[in-house]
Design a binder for this molecule. Structure first.
Ligand SMILES: [Zn+2]
Length: 275
């Protein structure tokens, strides 16, 4: 009988955790220290224009200074959040194109990275903007609405997190996810928010507790948003023989498969593997 062949996350895992934090304010420094201490990866959505123009003496929560961006966010994803944080669905499409592209350009110049992610400022988006982002080379975009199904996004340009960190069910979701052992589906937990909210609400303990509980687990892949998008793309690009007894991986990165959910196979980039 033919064996089942399932896509896995890296190293045969079936669960992934990712985080998404907006606006690049200085509270990100403490949040990053918590993430890094617990091995948790996140995506940080930054507004290049505001960062460059801000007079930090006039704002309650100043933004991270441009010269600190590259080192501070090392190991995490930096994504676009538009140049000046407008409500994009109310703006001319040409302005949205400028806002996203100029943010991307500035962040790329600061970091030397290729920036391909986005979070919609003020949670505002439309079908036209989703198409525009794709045309601008943006690979996914996060919305404000959430969906506690722990599923991978069906539409990456309308990527819903599992919950905001202020959701009263955060730790309930965390326990469910940590305890979940079935492997029929790939499961993703995705938490979003703003780091300055921990100052406003005086509740750093919420994210401390969450990260200590979720970090350091062998069965969870800790990934940035774009790492998940790119990995699933590489998995989709695998080329199987009709019998599925051979598979070729045309990508550079490895993809992992599970045979009968028992044997974990790494298909390295550029290799053909007999299953
Ligand atoms: Zn924002």
């Amino acid at each position: 009988m033919a064996r089942t062949i399932y896509t896995c996350f890296p190293n045969g895992k079936a669960k992934a955790l990712t985080m998404s934090y907006d606006d690049g304010k200085t509270a990100d420094e403490r949040l990053l220290e918590i993430f890094n201490r617990n091995g948790i990866k996140g995506t940080f959505n930054l507004n290049y224009g505001i960062m460059m123009d801000e007079d930090e003496t006039t704002v309650i929560h100043p933004r991270i200074k441009a010269d600190k961006i590259k080192a501070l966010y090392e190991g995490h994803e930096i994504a676009t959040h538009t140049l000046t944080h407008p409500t994009v669905a109310r703006s001319p499409l040409s302005r949205v194109a400028m806002e996203v592209s100029e943010d991307r350009k500035g962040l790329e110049e600061l970091t030397g990275r290729i920036i391909r992610g986005h979070a919609y400022p003020n949670g505002s988006y439309s079908e036209d903007i989703k198409h525009l982002l794709k045309d601008l080379g943006i690979a996914y975009a996060r919305v404000v609405e959430t969906d506690p199904s722990f599923a991978l996004p069906t539409d990456p340009y309308e990527w819903k997190g599992t919950c905001h960190h202020n959701d009263p069910k955060l730790m309930e979701y965390a326990h469910f996810f940590a305890d979940f052992q079935k492997r029929q589906y790939l499961k993703l937990m995705y938490v979003w928010g703003h780091s300055y909210e921990f100052i406003n609400n005086d509740n750093w303990n919420v994210i401390e507790e969450f990260c200590e509980f979720m970090g350091g687990r062998d069965d969870i892949w800790y990934a940035t948003n774009i790492e998940i998008i790119d990995y699933m793309e590489a998995a989709k690009n695998l080329q199987f023989s009709y019998n599925c007894d051979r598979v070729y991986n045309p990508s550079v990165q490895s993809v992992w498969l599970a045979l009968d959910d028992v044997d974990i196979i790494e298909v390295k980039g550029g290799e053909t593997v007999t299953l």
